[in-house]
Design a binder for this molecule. Structure first.
Ligand code: FES
Length: 168
């Protein structure tokens, strides 16, 4: 009887320890995934030819952990990390806006706040153009404007959103 109890306690501890290790690994992976690339403190990352940057959509740049887009002749380098709680914000091609699947924050193509619980628009990166290519610098972050700041581009949603309208 007591040997059976000891074994149960041992297995319960093993489970607890295993779950703890898994939770720690998941947290580390998520945190690391949302950090800008190029070393601990960021820095210049991928080089992208300007002719690859769309004027009516966005180009996902994994090395930058973000998107490049061109608006009225100006390049924007947008960090994919949601300023609410840090989820990766995907681009929705059908609506032409960024839509966070975690809690429903929505941003226009420039990353400006549109609606939802986020406190501000998406953050952006500074970049330089070296020898004709765009070089984003993930160590230089430009904070998004606070929620409620008027949008500076006139691009209403162009179609159905990707967010699940039944999600809560
Ligand atoms: S993390 Fe994006 S809305 Fe909450």
């Amino acid at each position: 009887m007591s040997e059976d109890l000891d074994r149960r306690h041992f297995l319960a501890r093993l489970w607890t320890w295993g779950l703890g290790v898994m939770a720690g690994a998941a947290a580390w992976t998520s945190w690391d995934f949302l950090q800008p690339v190029a070393g601990q403190s960021g820095g210049p990352v991928a080089t992208v030819s300007p002719d690859k940057i769309p004027t009516d959509s966005v180009l996902e740049v994994p090395a930058m952990r973000g998107y490049l887009t061109e608006i009225e002749g100006a390049t924007e380098a947008i960090w994919w990390k949601c300023p609410h709680l840090g989820c990766k914000v995907p681009w929705c091609e059908t609506s032409g806006q960024f839509e966070c699947p975690c809690h429903g924050s929505v941003y226009n193509r420039k990353g400006e706040y549109r609606r939802g619980p986020a406190p501000r628009g998406m953050d952006r990166f500074e970049f330089t153009i070296i020898d004709g290519v765009v070089v984003p610098d993930t160590s230089k972050i430009i904070r998004g404007a606070p929620a409620g700041t008027p949008e500076t581009i006139n691009e209403p949603p162009k179609g159905p959103e990707c967010l699940d309208p039944t999600a809560g």
